[in-house]
Write a protein that binds this ligand. Structure first.
Ligand SMILES: [Ca+2]
Ligand SMILES: [Ca+2]
Ligand SMILES: [Ca+2]
Ligand SMILES: [Ca+2]
Length: 300
């Protein structure tokens, strides 16, 4: 496009049609048009990808509801919408006593998945699982040991995870925690299969077992801080995401990094590529080009 505009001007100069002064003005006009065209094109490209910033604490629709809804069974959840995208948030943990493989049992004696109670605090969302009472840090998404109040010898390590079910495929790009207790290692999974990810999870499912049921280990973010969002290195879109505490049965850091984490998840950032807002690039280029040629024709 630049070449075309400049060659037109040069042609004008060579043929004596333009005086050097007119050519100078014309080059300036051409540059302005190129800048405008570039802005139009980048705006068109920008519209094809949208970003949603989810505030689970203060965002609109972030109230906890408690119902048998969204095919999850009875329990607490949040149903909120940002930029036309809807998410249902629920909490799950490894609190079911099931027969498990040796690697699971070595750190988590009851690794079967069951629903936990989703809670909201100023520092973010937390989860109280079936083996916990409402105390800190267990009311967070955590893997800290909880003791049975009536029998302190009974101890459980459970790995709490947040399930995010979007109504369209999204890329999860950032996680925001506003509170942590002790350690703050986190893990992210998403669903790559064609079904609904086996949701609601069954009591015989385990977190590591999900990897054989269409779920992906996306990554781990160790020592997540409350001042910088955890960046999720991923470009894969999915409707189903699990975000929670680091789990040695899945992650690469080994057993020592697990069982001591507690985070309150305050929000996430997602990205969608919406075909309905996508301006076909070749058509846009053609339109801009036609406009510029028309402008030149009018002038000459
Ligand atoms: Ca918990
Ligand atoms: Ca706990
Ligand atoms: Ca457990
Ligand atoms: Ca840890």
């Amino acid at each position: 496009m630049v070449q075309l505009l400049l060659s037109k001007t040069l042609e004008g100069l060579k043929s004596g049609f333009y005086s050097p002064e007119v050519a100078k003005v014309d080059i300036r006009m051409s540059i302005k048009k190129i800048i405008v065209a570039a802005l139009v094109l980048s705006a068109a490209n920008y519209a094809s990808a949208a970003t949603q910033t989810w505030d689970f604490v203060n965002g609109s629709g972030s109230g906890i509801e408690n119902d048998n809804a969204h095919g999850l069974g009875t329990g607490s959840y949040i149903d909120m919408t940002v930029g036309g995208v809807e998410v249902v948030i629920s909490a799950w943990s490894s609190t079911e006593a099931v027969n498990c493989n040796v690697s699971d049992c070595s750190y988590d004696s009851d690794p079967g998945i069951s629903r936990a109670e989703l809670k909201k605090y100023s520092g973010g969302l937390g989860a109280i699982n079936n083996d916990e009472v409402n105390d800190s840090p267990n009311h967070a998404f955590d893997s800290r040991i909880s003791y049975n109040p009536s029998n302190p010898d009974e101890q459980y390590i459970d790995f709490d995870m947040m399930l995010l079910e979007f109504d369209t495929e999204v890329e999860l790009t950032e996680i925001d925690i506003d509170w942590y207790g002790g350690d703050s290692d986190m893990i992210v999974l998403n669903y790559a299969g064609s079904g609904n990810g086996g949701i609601p999870f069954g009591a015989t499912d385990t977190w590591s077992g999900l990897l054989n049921e269409g779920w992906n280990f996306v990554g781990e973010n160790m020592d997540v801080s409350t001042t910088n969002n955890a960046i999720v290195a991923n470009s894969f879109e999915s409707k189903y995401w699990l975000v929670g505490v680091y789990n040695p049965a899945i992650g690469n850091y080994g057993t020592n990094y697990g069982g001591n984490d507690a985070v309150k998840i305050a929000g996430v950032v997602t990205k969608t590529t919406d075909p309905s807002t996508q301006v076909p690039e070749p058509a846009t280029y053609a339109l801009v080009l036609m406009g510029l040629i028309a402008a030149f024709r009018r002038k000459s």
